[in-house]
Design a protein around this ligand. Structure first.
Ligand code: ADP
Ligand code: MG
Length: 611
């Protein structure tokens, strides 16, 4: 997918973050500027107080080690330190409160934006990205960003402030000693830069494997019935485990590096302390420094090295979060090839708004349509296809499986755009129609209807959320669904289970038909709507469909002869080409492919054929 990759990668080749990505992060951070400013105030004051503590502790040590011990100054120093302790607890609490609040909100805003962008993508996008991957970006990636804002950035700010404060005070205490320390600091600095170079993108592979594992888990869980009936639980477990192992293996080098680095840092700070003790000790002996000053100096050295270590550790976390934000940013910036609705799409550009058709008749024309799926460009699915459906006409599309029948329905709904040719609705190219309007005019009942894990009522209302209960019941009656729904103890409030697993095929089908009825579409696409049903359900569903089809332009994809026979026109499609066209009888008389299909029973003579 070379196109996908180049489209919105946040990092350029040198691994430098694109300015757009930073702008995006800043946009979200800005929304919380009040809370973050409060947090910043908390951080600055708490840090300032924190940095003061060792200084006064040193004074305190001096006041008790003096030959003439000084009780009153001891007491006042204790009170001063008490004041610092109280202040630090208040301001630390404050920064915690504000930073966590804003991080939560920033993450929610980001999550919402990502979800929005995912929803707005065209169908092609979902051919490229699995649902597991996208859900991962929504949850794991935004969580990482939240942790970055709430924890890493704050630690970073605090450590930098602490470090700067330490260096200032150290300079005042003894610039000679500070000089010694500053000899070591660059070594730590250079060490961490080298280390970060070494780490590079080590974490990325691990992340990729984890995403693959997540996808696998999601697929196995949501298709648990297939997994079980094929007895593949153990295999799925094993693949999952392999991916996890690969993930942890590929992070091992990184962990080893980090461990070495941590060890090195501890060593460096130990050396620092030792040198301060040694050289500071001589200074005390030479009466150039008091014992208390040396004590606070030691404390500051520890503080400075700790903050330095924190800075470099947290820097890594932030870098990681930025590479995560890159993946999120990819989604944010991808402009859908087919917008959800022109009204939104052109809101800013003031380009021509939508076209809705008033008094739509429902005339459909496929005009020299050639199409291949974006994920499989080399296989041409529809070749120069021409098909015309006059208003109110019923056209049956038959042919071998894989011939391109479902593809026609997808193109008509504008899930994809044809490579060549156009599709017209009432003489208007559907590309000029608002996709939202277009889709609102099309009712679809497919072989495997997708229901949501809510109640029957909610499912029927899905395309028309503001419909009244009476309308729902009316639609259910028309769809021959009312009776079976009423037999459930909870009636219309019966939950259907994830993707409708708690309903039978025929029941699901009839709920889907009720759904289509609620939409009051002008055009109907029935994609093997009855093929998966037993004859009893088929009878009920067929009746419901006959009702539904009245006055609507209908494209039926069917393999039951009974359905096809009654169509105004039958089209036989093979390898993306319509090879025969005419009424049932005409095609039988033609003695061509259609007759063969009928003879070979590829078009099932369903039990109801004679009815
Ligand atoms: P049918 O006539 O059985 O409904 P389809 O229109 O579903 O056939 O499929 C036509 C061809 O397009 C098949 O070869 C199928 O493999 C391929 N195809 C269908 N959907 C996709 C997709 N989303 N991405 C790539 N290829 C697809
Ligand atoms: Mg199909």
């Amino acid at each position: 997918e070379p196109v996908e990759k180049s489209q919105g990668s946040g990092l350029n080749k040198q691994g430098i973050i694109e300015s757009g990505q930073i702008k995006w992060l800043i946009k979200h951070i800005k929304k919380e500027s009040f809370n973050l400013s409060m947090a910043a105030i908390g951080i600055v004051i708490a840090s300032g107080m924190n940095v003061c503590v060792p200084f006064f502790v040193g004074r305190l040590v001096d006041s008790i080690t003096q030959i003439v011990s000084d009780r009153s100054s001891l007491l006042s120093l204790v009170f001063l330190l008490l004041f610092l302790v109280i202040g630090m607890s208040i301001f630390n609490g404050m920064r915690h409160y504000f930073i966590i609040t804003s991080a939560e909100r920033i993450a929610s805003n980001m999550r919402y934006e990502v979800f929005q962008k995912i929803m707005e993508q065209d169908v092609e996008f979902f051919d490229h990205h699995s649902s597991g991957e996208l859900v991962g970006r929504l949850s794991t990636d935004t969580n990482a960003l939240q942790a970055c804002v709430s924890f890493s950035s704050e630690m970073m700010a605090r450590s930098i402030l602490d470090f700067m404060g330490c260096v200032c005070i150290l300079f005042n205490l003894s610039y000679k000693l500070l000089f010694i320390i500053l000899l070591i600091v660059p070594i730590i600095g250079i060490g961490s830069v080298v280390f970060q170079r070494f780490l590079g993108n080590l974490g990325r592979d691990a992340g990729d494997y984890q995403a693959q594992a997540a996808t696998l888990a999601q697929e196995s869980i949501s298709s648990i019935r297939s997994v079980k009936s094929m007895a593949q639980e153990h295999r799925q477990m094993q693949i999952y485990n392999n991916l996890l192992t690969k993930s942890s293996n590929s992070s091992r080098r990184g962990i080893l590096g980090a461990a070495t680095y941590t060890g090195g840092m501890v060593f460096a700070s130990g050396i620092c302390t030792l040198m301060v003790l040694w050289y500071g000790g001589t200074l005390v002996l030479d009466k150039e420094l008091t014992t208390g000053q040396l004590a606070s100096f030691l404390a500051y050295t520890a503080m400075a090295t700790t903050s330095l270590m924190t800075i470099s550790n947290v820097y890594l976390d932030i870098k990681k979060a930025l590479s995560v934000s890159e993946r999120v940013y990819e989604i944010i910036t991808r402009a859908p090839l087919i917008p959800v609705s022109y009204q939104e799409h052109f809101r800013d550009t003031k380009k021509k708004l939508l076209t809705n058709i008033e008094n739509l008749c429902g005339e459909i024309l496929f005009d020299h349509v050639t199409f291949s799926y974006p994920t499989r460009r080399d296989k041409v699915v529809l070749k120069d296809l021409n098909l015309k459906l006059s208003p109110g006409m019923v056209v049956a599309l038959v042919g071998e499986s894989g011939g391109g029948k479902t593809t026609c329905t997808q193109l008509l709904q504008r899930f994809y755009d044809p490579d060549k040719g156009c599709i017209f609705l009432d003489g208007i190219d559907i590309k000029d129609l608002d996709p939202m309007f277009l889709r609102s005019q099309i009712g679809v009942v497919s072989q495997e209807p997708h229901l949501f894990g809510t109640t029957i009522k909610e499912n029927i209302k899905f395309g028309a959320p503001y419909a009244s209960d009476e309308d729902v019941i009316k639609a259910a009656k028309q769809a021959n669904a009312h009776d079976f729904i009423c037999k459930f103890p909870l009636g219309y409030n019966t939950p259907v289970g994830e993707r409708g697993t708690q309903l039978s095929g025929g029941q699901k089908q009839r709920v889907a038909i009720a759904q289509a009825i609620m939409k009051k579409p002008k055009i109907l696409l029935l994609d093997e709507a009855t093929s998966a049903l037993d004859s009893e359900s088929e009878y009920l569903v067929q009746h419901a469909l006959d009702e539904l089809m009245k006055g609507k332009t209908t494209l039926i994809i069917a393999h039951r002869l009974s359905t096809v026979k009654n169509a105004d026109q039958v089209c036989v499609i093979t390898n993306g080409i319509i090879i025969e066209k005419g009424s049932h009888q005409e095609l039988i008389d033609l003695k061509g492919v259609y007759k063969q299909l009928v003879d070979k029973q590829l078009l099932n003579k369903s039990t109801r054929q004679g009815v």
